[in-house]
Design a protein around this ligand. Structure first.
Ligand code: NAP
Length: 284
């Protein structure tokens, strides 16, 4: 699909790059010649992923940073360490947390936890990278954020995530205008359903019919493949997409159009009994 050196010379940070979609994007970036930096809270997960990349992709340059993006000082310290080798070219805000719960039963800690990772974490990383780029007069830089359909349409039972991702979309659009003249462009991906071992298993329990019920809500009658999202990500951060600024691209097999909203996969839960909610609360 792409020239093998599409991302040659690009140094890319993917937050939450040790698992799931972040891992798949990172792998694709490396295959296309980029230098990869991944961060997350669990250093052993990052190290395992980095080792796999080095084994599978000859010459892969991968750097890992154990960091909690909720902590602004830790994000700044990570950026200092990253810059010591060489400035980033591209930041991908991918790290996220998600809670499936009735909103009136959410604790303030639960609300803060999701908002702090997604909204504050994305802002800390974006500002930390952007300030360094602008202060040094570095141009041709990209900030790409991974959103959710709920950021566009809302969704019941995942309200803190929808709120936080909507905020990241507002940041994407605002900075497209503010930072565009400085040679920094922004963009976002709005993924539909892409199975991952992480959030996916918590959000798509068998109690909700698993994948079988879900695919009926998708016009293409299947969930997404990681390679499809990774290729879109590679294109959007590449110089081939240099005129795309401030947009959010939906990749969901048409699900949003069929369902009329991000909540379509959680709307069925409007009929859930207290027992069903209790069961999901105790799921590990
Ligand atoms: P995932 O595997 O659970 O990935 C989340 C990553 O974020 C993990 O690597 C996690 O690592 C990291 N993370 C969480 N909290 C963090 C923190 N405080 N500081 C630093 N890193 C943190 O989930 P995923 O499905 O791949 O999701 C990736 C992105 O795609 C998310 O933005 C998600 O909202 C979005 N998305 C996914 C789907 C889907 O169908 N999978 C659909 C729509 C949107 P640690 O736990 O080690 O910190």
């Amino acid at each position: 699909m792409f020239q093998p050196d599409l991302l040659k010379g690009k140094r890319i940070l993917v937050t939450g790059g040790g698992t799931g979609l972040g891992q798949s994007m990172g792998r694709r970036f490396l295959e296309l010649g980029a230098e990869l930096v991944i961060c997350g809270r669990r250093t052993e997960v990052l190290d395992t992923t980095a080792a796999e990349f080095r084994k599978d992709i000859p010459g892969a340059v991968v750097e890992t940073h154990g960091v909690d993006v909720r902590v602004a000082d830790a994000v700044e310290a990570m950026m200092d360490r990253i810059w010591q080798t060489r400035p980033l070219d591209i930041l991908v805000n991918n790290a996220a947390g998600q809670i499936l719960a009735q909103t009136h039963k959410l604790s303030t800690r639960a609300i803060d936890s999701v908002l702090n990772i997604v909204l504050h974490g994305s802002a800390y990383c974006t500002v930390a990278a952007g300030r360094r780029w602008i202060d040094a007069g570095l141009r041709d830089r990209v900030v790409m954020s991974i959103l959710t359909v709920s950021s566009l349409m809302g969704a019941p039972f995942t309200v803190p995530s929808a709120m936080a991702k909507a905020g990241v979309l507002a940041m994407t659009k605002s900075l497209a205008v503010e930072w565009g003249p400085k040679g920094i462009r922004t963009c976002a991906i709005v993924p539909g359903p892409f199975p991952t071992p992480g959030a996916w298993e918590r959000l798509m329990p068998a109690a909700r019919g698993g994948n079988e019920q879900l695919v009926k809500t998708i016009p293409l009658r299947r969930v997404g493949e990681h390679s499809e999202l990774a290729n879109l990500a590679a294109f959007l951060v590449s110089d081939g997409a240099a005129y795309i600024n401030g947009d959010a691209v939906v990749i969901d097999g048409g699900k949003m159009l069929q369902s009329g909203g991000g909540g379509a996969s959680t709307n069925a839960m409007l009929d859930w009994s207290d027992e069903q909610w209790a069961a999901i609360r105790t799921r590990k």
